[in-house]
Design a binder for this molecule. Structure first.
Ligand SMILES: Nc1ncnc2c1ncn2[C@@H]1O[C@H](COP(=O)(O)OP(=O)(O)OP(=O)(O)O)[C@@H](O)[C@H]1O
Length: 582
């Protein structure tokens, strides 16, 4: 676990952790020394040798003071180091996450990140420092006690050594059993949780299509698997615990019998035999302390592995220091023979090329799954292309500093994400230094002012996690207000496909027009008036450009676009804009 932590905790904090562990071990050794002094003290006391007994008592007193002092110092240091570990882990995560490709972020990953940065990190720090320290203390104390036992009676000490070795083997065997059962139980629980969420979300569909009986039986099967997984977990846990406890009992019995035999044969005094048995009990107690913390350590190891996975995710390379830092010449976009796949098995964008001259509108049209969203996101460098290049103003976007690239681009995609803050904060994130007048102008154009006027707390209304307190249309308006406030020269836009009421639709159309006027625009088009107004249409199919041209040119060509167009019209999925004719 400490080795795993090495990958995510910074070196200075690791050094402080190491110093803390040494202090804990030293404090345990002082405690062990107290037991060592107890032996001659009891011996002299029972043998009526009071002058020596006083000396040993004084030595014990000094050692006890040292033990308490060092224990306190170790605990104080542990507390300080725990907060340093929390800060170090959070910093490491934050530092890495801001450099990750935008495409890495999904709702599930965002949720995992929140969990990891908060409770999980604290739990991990407490384990790394507190629980590991408990184990180090237990191991150091067990070692010290065993040395005392060996000195008191080498034969009993040797028997204890053999017993301890067997006990350690049993401990790891039991731990393995329990760890396997815990891992199996956890993965079953995670799978079932996902199934339960899906079952709940699909309720309306299942009921509408009369599929509840089959879904119920699948759910019953899933619950049966949960029951079987917990039974397996308890079997593993109970077997592990029984094996370890039996080993402990056998160990104590072996030491007891040896000490008795040694006392009976006159090899050691009764006092020494008694002390040996007490020391053996202390040894077992230390071992049990190790056993109690096992599950906490495994949970922490899982968290560490999750953090390790995130910090091992490659970041998007920034332009090398000293490379050309000149700004792009203009805002024209050139996509040149690009290829991209989310994984090595499947190519999603396959040799695509087109140009969007400055100040023009390029519409991407194509069937569902043809790669339109992926293509638009590649232009914002959500991921790097596998082959080919994308340039902005003649400069490869990989050679543009990511902050500069983001400043040049406004994105309005369908999965609008609002964070759990006020409406004002959610709009201002686009331009935190905007004046009240600029904010009001953007809000008016996107009709966010109507939303604000309607709500009792106005601009200070909290939108809830992901904007849950607002409707889909309202979230889109806020997203448009953000983009309008940002006022970037390049606009990447995914037109709304979801059904909106007439008022929302008209508002969003007007705001979109305001946003795109005079800009270089790449729009995933779902509306007739957008494609008609576009300077160029790129028709995508299976990740390839099937055709390009204007709407009229492509219709006249009578190719794939014309077929697609006719089908869309027939299916009435194409949204017909006001003032246009089909
Ligand atoms: N994050 C992702 N990881 C893996 N595959 C993905 C990811 N996003 C999209 N895909 C896959 O890439 C392909 C193209 O998806 P994309 O969303 O780009 O198409 P689209 O043309 O925008 O579709 P739609 O019009 O339905 O939104 C699809 O097969 C999709 O399953």
């Amino acid at each position: 676990m400490i080795a795993l932590a090495g990958g995510v905790v910074t070196e200075p904090v690791r050094q402080r952790m190491r110093r803390c562990y040494w202090l804990v071990a030293a404090s345990a050794l002082v405690e062990g020394a107290c037991f060592a002094v107890l032996v001659p003290l009891l011996d002299t006391l029972i043998g009526d040798r009071f002058p020596q007994a006083w000396w040993w008592a004084a030595t014990l007193g000094v050692l006890l003071v040292l033990a308490v002092g060092s224990h306190r110092a170790a605990t104080a240091r542990q507390r300080a180091v725990t907060s340093e570990i929390v800060a170090s882990l959070q910093h490491r995560l934050a530092e890495h996450v801001v450099a990750l490709p935008l495409g890495w972020f999904s709702p599930a990953r965002a949720a995992a990140l929140t969990r990891l940065t908060n409770e999980a990190t604290r739990m991990l720090a407490a384990t790394l420092n507190g629980v590991v320290a408990v184990n180090i203390r237990a191991a150091a104390l067990a070692g010290a006690v065993w040395v005392v036992l060996l000195v008191v009676d080498p034969v009993t000490g040797a028997v204890a050594a053999i017993g301890l070795a067997i006990l350690v083997v049993l401990y790891f065997a039991a731990a393995r059993l329990l760890r396997g059962a815990t891992a199996a139980g956890n993965s079953t629980t995670e799978q079932i949780n996902a199934e339960l969420v899906e079952f709940a979300q699909l309720q309306s569909v299942l009921r509408a299509y009369g599929q509840t009986a089959q879904a119920d039986s699948e759910m019953t099967g899933a619950l049966e698997r949960v029951r079987a997984a917990s039974a397996a977990y308890f079997r593993g846990a109970v077997t592990g615990s029984v094996v370890f406890q039996t080993g402990t009992a056998l160990f104590l019995s072996a030491v007891l019998l040896t000490a008795l035999y040694r006392a009976e044969s006159g090899a050691v005094s009764a006092v020494v035999a008694t002390i040996a048995i007490v020391l053996a009990a202390l040894l077992v107690d230390s071992m049990a302390a190790l056993g109690r913390t096992g599950s906490v350590i495994w949970a922490a190891e899982r968290t560490l592995a999750e953090i390790g996975d995130i910090v091992a995710t490659p970041v998007l390379p920034e332009p090398a220091a000293g490379s050309d830092t000149s700004a792009p010449a203009d805002t024209s976009i050139v996509v040149e023979d690009i290829t991209f796949g989310y994984d090595a098995e499947r190519t999603i964008i396959d040799g695509v090329g087109f140009a969007v001259p400055q100040g023009t509108v390029c519409a991407i049209v194509g069937p569902s799954g043809s790669g339109k969203t992926t293509l638009a996101r590649l232009v914002a460098r959500f991921w790097d292309v596998d082959a080919g290049s994308i340039t902005l103003g003649g400069k490869d976007i990989r050679a543009i500093d990511s902050t500069e690239l983001m400043a040049a681009v406004s994105m309005v995609f369908q999965d609008v994400y609002l964070f759990d803050g006020t409406i004002r904060e959610n709009v201002l994130i686009a331009r935190p230094d905007a004046t009240e007048a600029q904010l009001a102008a953007a809000a008016a154009r996107a009709r966010v002012d109507e939303i604000v006027d309607r709500l009792p707390e106005g601009w200070d209304t909290t939108v809830g996690e992901g904007g849950a307190a607002l409707s889909g249309g309202e979230r889109q308006r806020i997203s448009l207000a953000r983009a309008l406030l940002k006022d970037a020269p390049v606009v990447l836009l995914d037109e709304a496909t979801s059904a909106l009421d007439a008022e929302n639709e008209a508002t969003i159309r007007a705001a979109t027009t305001a946003l795109t006027e005079g800009r270089t625009v790449l729009v995933i088009a779902h509306r007739l008036d957008t494609v008609r107004a576009a300077d160029r249409i790129v028709f995508l199919e299976h990740g390839r450009v099937a055709e390009t041209g204007t709407h009229d040119e492509l219709l006249a060509a009578g190719g794939r676009y014309a077929d697609f167009w006719t089908e869309q019209e027939r299916a009435q999925h194409w949204k017909i804009g006001a003032g246009t004719t089909a």
